[in-house]
Design a protein around this ligand. Structure first.
Ligand code: ADP
Ligand code: ZN
Ligand code: ZN
Length: 765
């Protein structure tokens, strides 16, 4: 890895009796590194600091946790010596960060364009950032006590009935079924990969139910056979972390110390897990996105389950992608990274196509159950009255009377409304760039806004295609489905599963276990239900309305829809055995007014892989990620006029700035020496240490960079503040970094409006 430019030469003084200067980064956003003095040494020999040591240091009247990034035997200057303060304490309780971890944090800071202190503040749980938890009471401090608690090992005392019922792997490993041929091949490939010093990231591309978890288990097993003290990080999506998974791991590894880390844990419990991970005591750490930042001194393997999942992206504060960071961190640590998914992200597919990741496939369901049959219901012919077509109602009735549960999938993700015609299939589309337009209320008038190119349009009075007067936001009324179902099936329980009803992994476990042990029920679920939860006896899935995603303006919407439909279809018939007479085959019904759409056709024919390729080709043609690199400038202010005027000026400035780069590049190409000099100046920021392929200079042309016109967020207002955004696009990561820097410089010299850069944004608004 390239040496980060801000890495100070660690200048460790040999004589600690002379006072010593420290550079300290406090674990709080928005501060520069500060200088402190080291207090005179005490007899406590364990507190001799090194770069990476944690300290408590004063700032104004507060005390904050920080980390030493450099030691100096001479006054580093900048601050008048008499005003320098001493750190309060060097903490011996927290293990010092290794230089690799510190470098990793520096990379995160540089790549996401945030101060190192903001990275530390995200990486360290709040409990451990609270100075009083380090005060000794009754000889030891609270933190010491947490750290020294005995760890959890595998055990059998779990009491989750849901985990026990119906899952073949929730039994003792000796009773597990044999690996399928595909699983065995994948495990073999991983084994031989583990002994290879060049550890290419692995994509485990397995259909839903193909038994990826079992492959992870075997991979860990192989690792611990040769490196018994190695640490493994298993990342799972936000709500995917179920007690069932934890139990499976305990059963699989009864002698391995393991712990979990996620944000719905109590503060002290989370601190404890963090301490166990960062002292190297916990060998298996299971966690959600935030755990990718946890120090793990013996890290040798990172597994990212459901790597395509959007919850790996942090959407506030330090807006990082845990998936991307996992890949980077693994390469930096020479650890093996395994990305698992039934529908890999287009970024991951592209990397695999280019040979940067190794692809291992699991093409069949492990249980041998056949795939559910998919059917499309054309709602222009069989209208979805109150959200459900006649065919869907009949299918639900039939499934219930055959004793099966039913999942009605509806999507309430915060997609912006798109205008459509109820009578035909028309939707409002931008004249300039063919992106679906978004309804906005501006100055009390409804307007159509293109979020991609910023163009505006009036709302037509009637449908331009068929003349019908009823234009409505697409997707209206889907929330009524729960009521519709209750009215249509009064004898059957209807359970709603979404963020309002299910808040934690334990809630989900409780709901699913009560359902799986009870009579047939109807579940109404959002994409929460699409994720890895296994519900035996679910033989019918009805997709109530996925059309809003199909016509959604975000360029990632089709990718997301494809993946969510594959996942949701994978919920049906996972344990279906083509058993005795009367058994209905598992079914997936999709209600849509666009049954001919190639995306639905791909689901129908189980060709999601091919369709993902098509989507990737579309991205290539449009030069969208992963064929370009995006940043988003997020703007907010209390006054709309000031905000929009500022945004326009920023846009003008960046457009001109790009033109200047482009001209300079054209000149440099005419004079190769200048070109070499220009290249040497490009800053870091590459996730991959691999250099750009030679001879592709024309792809790096600045004329491919863009600052798109600013557009309001949807919804625009949040409390007293209005929010706008501007999309920046560049052909390489380095150029994107330069463009982002130009935006930051503009914001510095034009204060007033709040501006923040987001790197690799997932959503376009
Ligand atoms: P995925 O994560 O790929 O969707 P899971 O790991 O959850 O799949 O496995 C799906 C189901 O298949 C689980 O019920 C699991 O117990 C079962 N399973 C896994 N491996 C095998 C195997 N080799 N033989 C039979 N069943 C298996
Ligand atoms: Zn129409
Ligand atoms: Zn447009």
């Amino acid at each position: 890895m390239r040496q980060p430019p801000d890495a100070p030469a660690a200048d460790f003084p040999t004589d600690l009796s002379t006072s010593c200067w420290l550079t300290v980064v406090l674990a709080t956003p928005g501060l520069r590194p500060l200088h402190y003095l080291l207090p005179l040494p005490t007899d406590d020999t364990s507190s001799h600091p090194t770069p990476g040591s944690w300290v408590l240091a004063p700032l104004g009247r507060r005390t904050l946790l920080g980390v030493i990034t450099a030691l100096h035997s001479q006054d580093p200057g900048e601050v008048a010596s008499e005003r320098l303060r001493s750190v309060d304490r060097v903490l011996s309780t927290l293990p010092p960060l290794t230089s690799t971890t510190l470098d990793f944090y520096r990379f995160v800071a540089r790549y996401y364009r945030r101060p190192l202190g903001a990275v530390l503040a995200t990486a360290v749980p709040p409990y451990l950032r609270t100075p009083r938890h380090y005060l000794a009471t009754k000889k030891t401090s609270l933190v010491d006590r947490l750290r020294d608690k005995p760890l959890n090992y595998g055990s059998h005392k779990e009491n989750s009935t849901y985990a026990e019922g119906g899952r073949s792997e929730a039994t003792h490993p000796s009773a597990w079924p044999q690996l399928t041929t595909a699983q065995a091949q994948a495990v073999q490939a991983i084994r031989s990969h583990l002994s290879n010093p060049k550890r290419t990231p692995v994509l485990l591309h397995g259909v839903t139910g193909s038994g990826k978890t079992r492959v992870y288990i075997e991979a860990m097993h192989a690792l611990w056979q040769t490196q018994p003290l190695a640490q493994v990080l298993l990342l799972v999506p936000e709500i995917g972390l179920t007690p069932a998974l934890e139990m499976r791991m305990r059963l699989a590894f009864p002698t391995v110390a393991q712990t979990s880390l996620h944000s719905s844990m109590g503060d002290a419990a989370r601190a404890q897990s963090w301490l166990w991970a960062s002292t190297g005591k916990a060998q298996l750490v299971m966690g959600t996105r935030l755990s990718v930042l946890t120090p793990m001194p013996a890290l040798a393997m990172i597994i990212v389950d459901e790597e395509h999942d959007a919850s790996y992206k942090q959407q506030e504060g330090l807006r990082y992608s845990a998936r991307d960071l996992a890949v980077y961190r693994a390469q930096q640590e020479h650890a093996l990274v395994i990305l698992g998914s039934a529908t890999p992200s287009l970024e991951t597919l592209h990397a695999t196509d280019r040979g940067r990741y190794l692809r291992l496939s699991l093409p069949e369901q492990a249980t041998g159950a056949p795939r559910a049959a998919v059917a499309l219901i054309d709602t222009l012919k069989d209208p979805a009255t109150d959200g459900l077509s006649t065919e869907s109602r009949q299918a639900i009735a039939a499934a219930l009377s055959a004793g099966s549960h039913v999942l009605v999938f509806l999507n309430r993700r915060g997609w912006a409304p798109v205008l459509g015609c109820d009578a035909c299939a028309w939707t409002a589309v931008c004249r300039h760039c063919a992106t679906a337009m978004v309804l906005h209320k501006q100055k009390r008038q409804w307007r159509l806004v293109c979020h991609h190119c910023g163009s505006l349009d009036a709302v037509p009075a009637a449908c331009p295609d068929c003349g019908a007067p009823d234009l409505t936001p697409v997707g209206r009324g889907t929330q009524k489905i729960e009521d519709t179902l209750k009215a249509a099936f009064p004898q059957t329980g209807v359970v709603r599963i979404d963020r309002d009803t299910v808040r934690s992994a334990d809630d989900m476990d409780a709901v699913l276990s009560s359902i799986s042990n009870g009579p047939p029920q109807i579940l109404v679920g959002t994409q929460m239900m699409a994720k890895g939860h296994d519900l035996p006896g679910l033989d019918l899935v009805v997709v109530a309305d996925a059309d809003p995603q199909l016509v959604h303006p975000d360029f990632r919407a089709p990718e997301w829809l494809l993946s969510v439909l594959v996942q949701v279809a994978g919920r049906a018939g996972r344990h279906h055995h083509a058993a005795g007479a009367g058994a209905t085959p598992a079914k997936v019904l999709i209600q849509t007014r666009y049954p001919q759409h190639p995306l639905f056709q791909a689901i129908l024919t189980h060709r999601s892989k091919d369709y993902a390729k098509t989507l990737l080709e579309d991205r290539r043609a449009a030069r969208l990620p992963p064929f370009s690199h995006m940043a988003m400038v997020r703007l907010s202010d209390t006054q709309q006029d000031r905000l929009s005027a500022w945004a326009m000026r920023l846009h003008q400035h960046l457009t001109q700035w790009i033109r200047i780069q482009s001209d300079a590049q054209a000149q440099a190409q005419a004079h190769p020496k200048a070109q070499a000099a220009a290249k040497a100046q490009a800053p870091g920021g590459e996730f991959s240490p691999a250099p750009q392929p030679a001879g592709s200079d024309k792809d790096h042309g600045w004329h491919y960079a863009h600052a798109y016109p600013p557009a309001p967020d949807y919804p625009e207002r949040q409390g007293p503040r209005l929010r706008w955004h501007m999309v920046l696009e560049a052909p390489t990561r380095q150029q994107r970094a330069l463009l982002a820097e130009a935006a930051e410089n503009f914001a510095l010299s034009n204060p007033g409006v709040e501006a923040q850069i987001e790197i690799d944004p997932l959503s376009q608004s």
